[in-house]
Design a protein around this ligand. Structure first.
Ligand SMILES: [Zn+2]
Length: 492
């Protein structure tokens, strides 16, 4: 037997030694390009990136030897980065139409959702993570011919009578939020919610069974004053324990001093949202010591922060009448849909928001208040970042059905906002690629331009390490090795 084995091994070695430098399945060569590594912010110049079967198969010094039949993409003077990962989207929420409007205009709703995946791609988001969606919206998204890779946290764990369940009438809550948690503190339970069935254990199991890669829950007691019930420390501890048991990272929605503290005590892996609601310190101009203390604790315990400042900036943009006329908006929203938003009825969300403020506040007062909240969020993000906090990228697109949180463009604005806050350009790129990939356990396939990883790439005409505008200067989006001209992704 031994005599037979040896020649076979020898033949195997000879074959490998003689194997061509690249597989003959090469489908795409991006030649003479500057490849940016988001891990260390270094650039490898004059490289050829070889793509086979949707993956990166080689990266080597530029040569003029091209594989026959392969598509050649000239990268001369251009920059290649991994596709961006938006860690906080909602594929089922329509940005701009109320529930009644989307029922009234089914063709507009259809056009919006058909364009949505293309809009994310248009601004370079080749991967998105839906933090609270449903199977129907995931299926609709993935049914489109081209779409970013979609991951999700399944249905978020929501307290019955808690945020955001309270926005939906009780009769239909079970349908909209199928993963509600029984709250022993209330008397009248939501129909269908039982102590036996709606446990933390079952809820996390459901996320896992449906293919979720993370667990999301909420700690939100009210946007202006404390009015909604929040999970107790015991409930959060149980959610933490079950998430750990299922090996899923836990994201807790929190944006105030109290809620961020609760998330840190609970041992969240990430706080979804920035610390912009300063509670009793709301009138302070500079970041108070107490808040610094919470941010220090987040850093010490390696709790990541997903700033999502567009949540606030989007509300503020409702008062910017030029928003809908910006050229980028027309690239990502279908024309008929955009026309609808420009009609008087398109202002419904702004009207609702204004009605929520005291009557003695006019639009200017509201804008001033929102600007103040945004500045607070930016100060907290800067403090956290300057001290080495782990910053995740998530735009919360859309944070609600508002017209100023539109797919793709909102992510671009979030990147720009981070630059305004004072994060360095290399760190912004890192956050939206490898940091997110690692956090969600996707880094084997995503997050860098590396041999063996998926060929989800962006070819840019500007350098993202030098200007934030590079994210709006994408020439081609490469999705699983397929080259897509950015202009072809425009809304029609
Ligand atoms: Zn969200």
């Amino acid at each position: 037997m031994r005599y037979f084995v040896k020649p076979i091994i020898l033949v195997f070695f000879l074959l490998t030694a003689c194997a061509p430098a690249e597989p003959d399945t090469v489908s795409l060569m991006i030649v003479n390009v500057s490849v940016i590594n988001p891990v260390d912010g270094k650039t490898l110049r004059n490289k050829d990136v070889i793509i086979s079967a949707g993956k990166i198969s080689a990266i080597r010094p530029h040569s003029v030897k091209y594989t026959p039949d392969a598509t050649i993409l000239d990268g001369t003077g251009k920059f290649l980065v991994p596709g961006l990962i938006d860690g906080h989207v909602h594929t089922g929420t329509i940005a701009g139409l109320s529930f009644a409007q989307s029922e009234k205009y089914p063709e507009l709703t259809k056009a919006y959702f058909a364009q949505q995946p293309r809009s994310f791609l248009y601004f370079g988001f080749t991967t998105v993570v839906d933090l609270n969606g449903n199977q129907e919206s995931f299926d609709r998204f993935e049914k489109e011919e081209i779409h970013p890779d979609l991951f999700n946290c399944g249905q978020a764990l929501i307290l019955e009578d808690g945020y955001p369940a309270i926005f939906v009438p009780r009769e239909v809550r079970q349908y909209v939020f199928p993963n509600q948690l029984y709250d022993p503190r209330i008397k009248n339970h939501t129909p269908g919610i039982t102590q036996k069935r709606n446990t933390v254990k079952n809820a996390v199991q459901k996320v896992k069974d449906q293919g979720g890669i993370c667990v999301k829950t909420f700690h939100e007691d009210g946007f202006a004053k404390s009015i909604w019930p929040v999970p107790t420390a015991e409930m959060l501890a149980r959610i933490r324990a079950e998430s750990t048991r299922q090996n899923l990272p836990l994201l807790i929605h929190a944006n105030s001093y109290d809620s961020t503290r609760a998330a840190v005590i609970a041992g969240a892996d990430a706080v979804a949202h920035g610390l912009w609601n300063w509670d009793q310190f709301a009138d302070e101009k500079q970041l108070p010591r107490e808040l610094m203390g919470i941010l220090d604790q987040m850093i010490a315990r390696n709790v990541a922060q997903m700033g999502s400042l567009q949540t606030i900036a989007g509300l503020r943009d409702l008062f910017d009448d030029s928003y809908l006329n910006r050229p980028q908006v027309a690239t990502v929203l279908p024309p008929a849909y955009l026309d609808q938003l420009k009609r008087p009825q398109g202002r419904w969300y702004r009207d609702d928001l204004v009605n929520g403020y005291p009557t003695n506040m006019n639009d200017d007062d509201i804008v001033r208040r929102l600007d103040n909240v945004l500045s607070h969020g930016q100060q907290a993000q800067k403090y956290f970042y300057d001290r080495g906090g782990r910053v995740l990228f998530g735009s919360d697109t859309p944070s609600g059905p508002l017209a100023t949180n539109i797919p793709g463009y909102n992510g671009y604005l979030e990147l720009s906002r981070m630059a305004d806050t004072g994060l360095s350009l290399p760190d912004i790129l890192k956050s939206a690629t490898i940091t997110n990939a690692r956090f969600f356990g996707l880094d084997k396939q995503y997050g860098t331009v590396e041999v063996g990883k998926l060929a989800n790439l962006l070819l840019m005409s500007k350098n993202p390490l030098e200007t934030i505008e590079a994210y709006d200067a994408i020439d081609q989006v490469i999705l699983h090795g397929q080259v897509i001209d950015r202009t072809s992704l425009k809304a029609k």
